[in-house]
Design a protein around this ligand. Structure first.
Ligand code: NAD
Ligand code: IPM
Ligand code: MN
Length: 360
């Protein structure tokens, strides 16, 4: 039996709504499997700026450092979107990833027979898709030098720099290559090496790591613009995909439409030690915040990833995943996945269905 301290970071918008459903499923798992999970909730994002003037208060960061796993909802929203503000909710999220050294962001994209008609793409395209994205999370253009300068003529010049070093590329490629070994043995690296120096280094280092350490993998490289196309024309031909921070951000939002909704995709952010951070890939969805209609499944599946990767509870993780599959295959849908005119469940009702399936 496991005793674990889990920090909840509900955040903004629909963040608190979906995090609550993630918490409930963890409570249920603890009960069913005889574990003891202790929960602590802490501010992050826009609400933390409002209350503490800081999107990542020191107390939140300290609680996270002492946790066994962290479950985050989402941060951000129009209230904090002023481009001249001195900080932003998103800065809190970037800082926690950096401070905890969470360089590998795992974003599985899986389709199932019972979801094939939820995708805007034709079923024969989506069928069989099972992609494991590994997105580099603490480097690249998100963390390079950035600057805003005033020019003499009153105009401004802004700079954001994409930076990658050998070590940063090696470690994330190793994570992806190991994942590929445990799957069908196919790894694809995505870059923009025809234009960017940072991508040329990425390509060179990735190729060397795979050749020297993982020679049995089937390995290919694809340029990011072409990848955006292949992802919707032949998604089922990919297995593990490794890429940099910004490319991974964009391609996984695109990829979420293969199963049919952003509300389905969880992620795990892992470092070489210390607690992992688990979150849905979606944001705070200001357009539906407070309506009680957000899909909680991405967060519930993120809770499953927390059990698997941070607590080593693979059976428990599988039990949650099986419960989610059962609920979806029974035809239950939140509004994001429902067809026109189809009855849809609210956030809490969907969470409840998963709990019932877990216990049945
Ligand atoms: P978003 O992901 O919040 O929403 C995009 C669209 O998807 C919206 O129409 C939204 O209603 C829908 N959607 C998202 N999650 C859903 C769910 N669980 N159920 C049903 N529908 C869902 O992206 P955005 O609108 O571009 O960004 C809004 C804010 O969220 C911004 O401030 C952005 O910075 C922030 N954001 C935060 C995170 C995070 O905290 N990890 C991730 C992405 C965006
Ligand atoms: C995500 C989000 C974040 C990112 C933002 C909110 C900083 O889009 O987690 O995908 O770009 O990493
Ligand atoms: Mn994103």
């Amino acid at each position: 039996n496991v005793n674990a301290k889990i920090v909840l970071l509900p955040g903004d918008g629909i963040g608190p709504e979906v995090t609550e459903e993630g918490r409930k499923i963890l409570v249920e798992v603890a009960e069913k499997f005889g574990h003891k999970f202790e929960f602590e909730s802490h501010p992050i994002g826009g609400n933390a700026i409002d209350d503490f003037g800081d999107p990542l208060p020191e107390a939140t960061l300290n609680a996270c450092r002492n946790a066994d796993g962290i479950l985050l909802g989402a941060v951000g929203g129009p209230k904090w979107d002023d481009p001249t503000a001195k900080t932003r909710p998103e800065a809190g999220l970037l800082k926690i990833r950096k401070e905890l050294g969470l360089f590998a962001n795992l974003r599985p994209i899986t389709t199932h027979e019972f979801l094939l008609d939820s995708s805007p793409l034709r079923r024969e395209i989506v069928e069989g898709t099972d992609i494991f994205f590994v997105r580099e999370l603490t480097g690249g253009i998100y963390f390079g030098d950035s600057n805003l300068e005033q020019n003499a003529d009153g105009s401004e010049t802004a700079t954001s720099t994409m930076v990658y070093s050998t070590h940063e590329i090696e470690r994330v490629v190793r994570v992806a290559a190991k994942a590929a070994q445990g799957r069908s043995g196919h790894l694809t690296s995505v870059d923009k090496a025809n234009v960017l120096e940072a991508s040329r280094l990425w390509r060179k280092v990735a190729e060397r790591v795979v050749r020297e350490e993982f020679p049995d993998l089937k390995y290919d490289v694809v340029l990011v613009d072409a990848m955006a196309m292949h992802l919707i024309s032949r998604p089922s031909t990919f297995d593990v995909v490794v890429t940099g921070n910004m490319f991974g951000d964009i391609l996984t939002d695109e990829g979420s439409m293969l199963p049919g909704s952003m509300g389905l995709l969880p992620s795990a952010s892992l470092g070489s030690d210390g607690p992992g951070l688990y979150e849905p890939i979606h944001g705070s969805a200001p357009d539906i915040a407070g309506l009680g209609i957000a899909n909680p499944l991405a967060t519930i599946l993120a809770a499953a990833m927390l059990l698997r990767h941070s607590l080593n509870l693979d059976d428990e993780a599988k039990a949650i995943e099986a419960a989610v599959d059962a609920v979806l295959s029974a035809g239950h849908r939140t509004k994001d996945l429902a067809k026109d005119g189809e009855v849809s469940l609210g956030t809490i009702e969907m969470g409840q269905k998963v709990i019932e399936a877990l216990n049945s």
